[in-house]
Design a protein around this ligand. Structure first.
Ligand SMILES: Cc1cc2nc3c(=O)[nH]c(=O)nc-3n(C[C@H](O)[C@H](O)[C@H](O)COP(=O)(O)O)c2cc1C
Ligand code: SF4
Length: 524
């Protein structure tokens, strides 16, 4: 009896020790929030591959991000080994729509990739944002990969802070989302301020857009561009409600709304009602603030886009960038039918819009930004080849700062403190530590994209072409992207001047590549 008691008290002491350790450590939000029991997740993660051989799904079956994709993000963000052994386990031979990148055997260009994780390599945009329309505060974005819109409110304060600090470390832009500009956004990272239908952060007491408030706001923070949100892929054409109970004093102050009262986001803007008035508004914002101004939208009916291209063809008014969000994109909360069935997936939607701009010869005047699982390198390369200039990522950085894809973001019970306003759950997330992970992740995507450019023998991923990427239809047919999406030769590429400029920028960096040729080499 004595020894059973001794074992029991020994185990209790051990458990108490583990619990104390879990509560005090800062590396894992899950363990801080769920001491002791949280270890089960790490155990399952570690022995998952072996277990799955016998019981459950394969590495590519989980959605929205497969187990392999998540493992790659987690490992990249921790600078752990993110390689995969034994060869692909994707069903390349039987999967319809599988993209394959065509490498080149010879090339004069060796982009400056380095083989070590953590080695920094700048990868700027091939286009100057706001350059074609001569905006006063035009600039060349320093990073091809940037953080997409996610508001304080849908994400916790510590999550926003981790992302903003990470953006500063990685030198990328951080989009505020439509919920206004919070103190958590003011940690050094440069911002894109998003203007949604409720004008949070730049509205008066009646909820009307207030230009002076916008000017004051963007001057109080490192805002580099404005994004007018028309819609997002996961819930286009849908307004939103933040229930009064969630409208805390802090959220009320940041959004410019009343505390404790239901906060409604309408489905459409009050400041404009057609393309003509939209373009007038874009010019007003751009001339008043000097900032580049763009729109974000999912793609459905093309009438809007045709009219936009038509009216921009006069070249007296125009958006500086267009962010296209795929229907597969993420959200904090949306009705199932909207998340599943409204708006086109990224590749189809983007190529339709790009084609309209290219037919009008306007594709070089606009920076195209893509979103919809583009933080995974193979998706990113397809987007770049189709004509994207910048890549927006949202859920991938969430994974980098600790999200385990539990898909409970809409319940306020996020176990890792990423997507919740619950004080206990969000306290587990250490913004300092996670900011480094977020930066590591962004740097790794950039490095992989550079490696892929090197593989294709070009200086920058923007120079990867629609003929460099093919789509497999099982193992019997492969078609270049150009054919699949009906592109004319040259579409998807940047202009000659843009190509020369980015090639010169990339050539300034130290070159990777081969050892010097031997004396007997037959160079060409
Ligand atoms: C938690 C969460 C909140 C979001 N909030 C916004 C928002 O405020 N405004 C917006 O335009 N898009 C919002 N989005 C959509 C993302 O900005 C992005 O367009 C979409 O998730 C696609 O990127 P991804 O596949 O890399 O996640 C949100 C997405 C998530 C996951
Ligand atoms: S609820 Fe789940 S999916 Fe949503 S952020 Fe938290 S861990 Fe990620």
């Amino acid at each position: 009896m004595k020894w059973t008691r001794a074992i029991t008290s020994g185990s209790a002491a051990a458990l108490a020790g583990v619990a104390a350790h879990d509560l005090l450590q800062r590396k894992h939000a899950l363990l801080r929030n769920f001491p002791v029991v949280g270890h089960a997740r790490y155990l399952l993660e570690a022995i998952g591959p072996e277990l799955r051989q016998y019981i459950v799904a394969g590495n590519d079956e989980e959605r929205p991000f497969s187990r392999d994709q998540r493992r790659w993000v987690y490992a990249s963000s921790k600078l752990e080994n993110n390689y995969f052994g034994f060869g692909t386990d994707n069903d390349v031979e039987h999967t319809e729509g599988y993209p394959v990148i065509n490498h080149r055997t010879f090339s004069d260009i060796a982009p400056p990739t380095h083989h070590h994780a953590g080695v920094e390599q700048p990868l700027p945009s091939a286009k100057v944002l706001g350059g074609p329309r001569q905006r006063a505060r035009q600039f060349r974005p320093a990073s091809l990969v940037n953080v997409s819109a996610m508001s304080f409110g849908s994400l916790s304060g510590p999550a926003i802070e981790a992302i903003n600090r990470g953006a500063a470390l990685a030198g990328c832009l951080h989009n505020t989302g439509e919920g206004g500009l919070s103190p958590y956004h003011r940690n050094g990272g440069e911002l894109v301020f998003q203007i949604g239908t409720a004008y949070f952060g730049c509205r008066d007491k009646q909820g009307r857009f207030d230009l002076q408030r916008l000017v004051d706001l963007v001057e109080s923070a490192p805002v580099r561009a404005l994004e007018i949100k028309l819609s997002q892929g996961a819930k286009p054409g849908l307004g939103g409600v933040l229930p009064g109970a969630k409208v805390t004093q802090q959220i009320a102050e940041i959004r410019g709304i009343e505390e404790g009262v239901d906060c409604i986001s309408p489905s459409r803007h009050a400041e404009f009602s057609d393309v003509d008035s939209l373009l007038d508004w874009v010019e007003l914002l751009a001339t008043t603030t000097g900032l580049p101004v763009g729109i974000k939208s999912a793609v459905g009916d093309l009438t809007f886009w045709k009219s936009l291209v038509d009216q921009m063809s006069a070249r007296d008014r125009g958006v500086d960038f267009v962010t296209i969000d795929g229907g597969e994109g993420g959200t904090g909360a949306a009705p199932m039918v909207f998340a599943d069935s409204v708006s086109l997936p990224f590749r189809v939607g983007f190529s339709r819009v790009y084609r309209l701009f290219a037919e009008a010869g306007l594709q070089h005047d606009v920076t195209f930004v893509g979103g919809g699982k583009l933080g995974i390198p193979d998706n990113a390369v397809v987007a770049m080849a189709l004509g994207c200039d910048l890549l927006n990522v949202a859920r991938e950085p969430m994974l980098a700062i600790g999200c385990i894809q539990a898909q409970r973001c809409h319940t306020d019970r996020c176990p890792t403190g990423v997507a919740t306003q619950d004080a206990w759950l969000s306290h587990g997330l250490d913004p300092q530590l996670k900011s480094v992970r977020m930066a590591n992740y962004v740097k790794t995507v950039r490095r992989d994209l550079l490696k892929l450019a090197e593989t294709c023998g070009v200086a920058h991923p923007a120079l990867i072409d629609t003929d460099d990427v093919e789509v497999l239809y099982g193992n019997h047919v492969a078609k270049p992207l150009r054919e699949v999406y009906g592109y004319e030769p040259g579409w998807g590429r940047v202009s000659y001047e843009q190509r020369e400029a980015i090639t010169a920028i990339m050539a300034g960096a130290p070159q990777g590549g081969t050892a010097p040729a031997s004396t007997g080499a037959h160079g060409g």
